[in-house]
Design a protein around this ligand. Sequence first.
Ligand SMILES: [Zn+2]
Length: 345
Amino acid sequence: MKKFFEAIGNLFRTLFGGGSKPTPAPTPAPKPRPVVIRPEDPQDAADIKPDTVVMIVSEMEKVIIPPNEPDEAFVKDIFEEAPAPPVNPPTPTTPTTPTPPATTGGGTAAPTTTTPATGGGATSPTTPTTPTTTTPPKPAAPASKGRFMWCLDNGHGKKTPGKRSPLFDDGRTRLFEYEYNRDIVQRIREALDKHDVKYYITVPEVDIDDFLKGRVDRANDLKSDLPKIFVSVHGNAGPAANSETWSPASGIETWFFHGSARSQKIASIFQKHLIEKTGFRNRNIKSQPTGQFYVLRNTNMPSVLTENGFYNNKVEGAEMMKPEVRQKIADAHVAAILEIEKSGL
Ligand SMILES: [Zn+2]
């Protein structure tokens, strides 16, 4: 199925290479907002069904959404709630205000500890309590120089089924996607603490199931003086005979909400830095004309989902176990965030 996807990408690149405007593709237009909550939507690239149409484009192509398809209302909507620019516009070259030592640098997290049993009985992993009754903490320091509020999402919980590599040769080790995603988000967080960038960790809890709606609700409900951007961090899985079989698929790809030009631009910037910093195979940026990942569909802000290597590829999975490789991936996310903070969208 990946070949099919790549074939589509190659077709697009062949036909429309060099950034020329593509002609309409035989794909339905995206559904208008508000979108419908559909739990069957894929969570990430590994969940996409083989017959799904996926558009694959170079991150440098300006326009990939066929004419008449862009949901302009959506693009407008997601920034309607954005207030006027910060009182003090960012001055890219001078990080003037040092981070107060008493804080963690403006980051904030969902209102729960790492123990899921806290605050409303999330003891049952299959029915995590959505914190609809407790408002996530308002980000501190609205006078920040930051341009956006980055909602960082770690994708899955420890109790999410699947989402793990086959056993490595030592017979003991597996790469668990939830752990990988969390480690990278934590590394991003530590780097952002050194900059005046505002972020919000959607799901700091570990012992939790899919919790898709919770992730989205927390980000959507977050009160922020800055426009929000949602970044979901994942590892990928390629086609394989079974869960204990390795896959030949490899590389990094970044997904965006089909129909949102801003999401596409954000995805392009993340993908560029990810490939530059890791040297992983470039699988380009992608979107699904229909369906779309749950977290991309249902967030009311520009959103992207990074797929940072294939944990069920034996070679790449081993690389993804290395702290230095994880740091490169985190650094790439940070570089993308800082570029967007500096230059805007
Ligand atoms: Zn995932």
